[in-house]
Design a protein around this ligand. Structure first.
Ligand SMILES: [Zn+2]
Length: 198
């Protein structure tokens, strides 16, 4: 959570809870920094209240971004966390940590696991499913709302976006949301070999 250096604009209104009251003092990346969101992804001032930012950060995104498939993307692209720690993944053998050298990773084996038993054909199983699919979905919808808010021709406060707001911010389960996962393995491989420019 970065503090803004500029003043809050007069007509602040949160794109998630639609409140105009409260503090609007922090800077938000609509595309998470831990997925590679840079300066280009900073939401314009006055569009997200501090209460919503705190809520998403602690209750939704913290768990979702360390869950499948975000953890895999972050790991393969060696994208560090906001606190500049390397991305990590749990495997059946133990903890895997992305190295600063693209294409390499460190594995911290669980105690009692013998690496000799696994050679010469070392296999690592990575759970390829989300533990918290609802939080992953709410994070995706949150990113979508933030992305749309950044497009000048879109009226993000239009009622058509209310169900998305209700789901991502308030966990409203009246509408079922789902998502598809598409992987470009070539691009993924390239990012793994060359690292992400973040
Ligand atoms: Zn809000």
């Amino acid at each position: 959570m970065n503090k803004k250096t500029s003043c809050t604009r007069i007509n602040s209104k949160c794109i998630y809870c639609q409140n105009s009251e409260g503090e609007f003092k922090t800077q938000e990346h609509f595309f998470p920094e831990s997925l590679g969101g840079g300066e280009w992804s900073v939401l314009p001032d006055g569009l997200m209240c501090d209460a919503c930012q705190r809520y998403f950060g602690t209750k939704v995104e913290r768990l979702a971004l360390s869950d499948w498939p975000f953890n895999f993307v972050r790991f393969n692209m060696s994208i560090p966390t906001k606190k500049k720690k390397p991305a990590q993944m749990d495997t059946d053998l133990g903890h895997m940590t992305a190295c600063k050298i693209p294409g390499y990773s460190k594995i911290h084996l669980k105690s009692g696991v013998s690496i000799a038993d696994k050679f010469p054909q070392l296999e690592i199983q990575i759970p390829a499913f989300p533990n918290e699919p609802r939080l992953v979905c709410r994070t995706l919808v949150k990113i979508a709302i933030g992305s749309l808010a950044n497009i000048k021709s879109v009226n993000i406060f239009a009622p058509q976006f209310n169900p998305a707001r209700q789901f991502s911010r308030f966990d409203d389960n009246r509408i079922k949301w789902w998502y598809l996962e598409r992987v470009d393995r070539g691009k993924m491989r390239k990012a793994f070999e060359l690292g992400a420019d973040v």
